[in-house]
Design a protein around this ligand. Structure first.
Ligand SMILES: [Zn+2]
Length: 110
């Protein structure tokens, strides 16, 4: 990463996070709680598809309650979400994808 993706065009936002596109490189930033993830548009679409098809075997009873495990490319790093956080992050990402599509139409017509 040659820069810190600070020049962000916000695509969606909630109380817990945001999705934005880096105006310098086009990477898509997903900030949720204290986790920061980066995606290409294609990998973001795969990410939200996988969130919408969570395997029940990835739901674990933890001391803090039922948590859904979100794996990462690094096998020793996982994100855990409760059900309301899961639906919040899905809404955030789906809204961001819609706004990406709207931005493409606007750019095409300019
Ligand atoms: Zn960037």
């Amino acid at each position: 990463m040659s820069h810190y993706h600070v020049n962000i065009d916000l695509l969606s936002q909630s109380n817990s996070g945001h999705v934005g596109v880096c105006m310098d490189c086009g990477n898509i930033q997903v900030s949720y709680g204290n986790v920061l993830l980066y995606f290409t548009e294609e990998s973001l679409r795969r990410f939200v598809k996988s969130l919408n098809n969570i395997d029940p075997s990835y739901v674990f009873e933890m001391p803090e309650g039922k948590r859904i495990l979100i794996t990462s490319p690094c096998k020793t790093v996982m994100m855990t979400l409760d059900e309301s956080e899961l639906s919040d992050i899905i809404s955030l990402v789906e809204e961001a994808i819609i706004n990406l599509e709207i931005n493409k139409v606007v750019e095409f017509n300019c």
